[in-house]
Design a protein around this ligand. Structure first.
Ligand code: GLP
Length: 256
C-alpha cells in the first residue's frame, strides 16, 4: 500500500504516528528501527508526540537494522551514536532493551548470528521501519543480497559509500563493511513501513514499483510481504504512474 503526502514533513508525521500507534497498542512491542537522514524528522516528531502524550516505554524493545564495522558507539557517524542522539537519549527505554549490531565485535560472524537469534528469541519484530538507499538497499542489504539472508557482514557498494560520504569529513573515512539485519529477518516483521522522501529517491521508487521480486533490487523483497506501507512525499513519488498517485494521497488533518 502506498501513502503519498505533499511534503516531507507530512510523510514523516504520518510515519511517526504509525510508530506511536504501535507503541500505544502494545507497550511491550519489538520495534525494528532505521537510521539515515530520512528518519531524523520521524524521530523528532515521535519525541514530540511522546512529550505530549507520555507512554510507559519500560517494556519496549528495539532492534536497529545495521551498523558500520569499525565505528564504535562514540564515533559521530556510527549508527549507535545516531540513535542515541536522535532518540534514545531523550527516551526512557531501558538500555538493555536497546539492540544494535556491534560494529566493534571481535567475532563479527558470531555477533551476526547472535543478533538474528536475539530477534527471534524476543518473539520477532512487531514493526520494522525502513529507509531505502539510492540503489534499492534496505538496511545495508546491497543489490544481490540473498533474500533468505540473516544478519550478516556486507561489503558496501561504491554507490552507498558515495551517498553516505556526505556525513563524513573525508569520504575515504566511510567504512567499507557493515553488519546488517538480513532480508529474511526484515521479512519476518509483522508489519513494515518504508519511508522515502525527496527527489533523490524518485528514480529508485519508480524502479521498485515496476520491478518484479528480484535480488538485484533488495527492496523488491517487500513485495512478498503481506503488510507493507510505502510512505512517500510528492518528490519521491514523482516518477510513479499517475494512477498510483491518485489512489495513494494521504490526508493529514491538522498538519498543513
Ligand atoms: C543507509 C542506511 C539505510 C538507509 C539509507 C538511506 O545506507 N543503512 O538503512 O535507509 O542509508 O539513507 P538516507 O535516509 O540518509 O537517504
Amino acid at each position: 500500500m502506498y501513502k503519498i503526502f505533499n511534503t516531507t514533513q507530512e510523510a514523516s508525521h504520518y510515519t511517526a504516528q504509525r510508530l506511536l500507534a504501535r507503541i500505544q497498542s502494545n507497550p511491550g512491542a519489538n520495534l525494528g528501527l532505521a537510521t539515515g537522514s530520512t528518519m531524523e524528522p520521524v524521530y523528532h516528531r515521535l519525541l514530540e508526540f511522546l512529550q505530549r502524550e507520555p507512554v510507559d516505554l519500560s517494556q519496549l524493545t528495539t532492534f536497529n537494522l545495521d551498523e558500520y564495522i569499525g565505528l564504535g558507539g562514540k564515533h559521530a557517524q556510527s549508527y549507535r551514536y545516531y540513535m542515541h542522539q536522535h532518540l534514545f537519549n531523550k527516551l526512557s527505554i531501558p538500555e538493555e532493551k536497546i539492540n544494535l549490531p556491534d560494529g566493534m565485535s571481535m567475532d563479527v560472524e558470531e555477533a551476526c548470528q547472535a543478533y538474528s537469534e536475539a530477534i527471534r528469541a524476543s518473539g520477532g519484530l512487531d514493526m520494522q521501519l525502513l529507509g531505502i538507499g539510492s540503489n534499492g538497499h534496505i538496511g545495508f542489504n546491497e543489490p544481490h543480497t540473498c533474500f533468505s539472508s540473516r544478519t550478516h557482514v556486507i561489503e558496501l557498494s561504491e554507490q552507498t559509500r558515495l551517498d553516505n560520504g556526505r556525513f563524513f569529513v573525508d569520504k575515504k573515512e566511510v567504512p567499507t563493511r557493515a553488519i546488517t539485519m538480513g532480508i529474511q529477518d526484515i521479512l519476518e516483521a509483522k508489519e513494515i513501513v518504508l519511508l522515502a522522501t525527496g527527489m533523490k529517491k524518485a528514480a529508485i521508487m519508480a524502479d521498485l514499483f515496476h520491478s518484479t521480486v528480484d535480488e538485484a533490487l533488495p527492496a523488491s523483497a517487500l513485495k512478498q510481504h503481506p503488510d507493507v506501507t510505502i510512505v512517500l512525499d510528492c518528490e519521491a513519488a514523482s516518477l510513479l504512474p499517475q494512477q498510483v498517485f491518485n489512489e495513494a494521497v494521504g490526508i493529514m488533518e491538522g498538519v498543513r
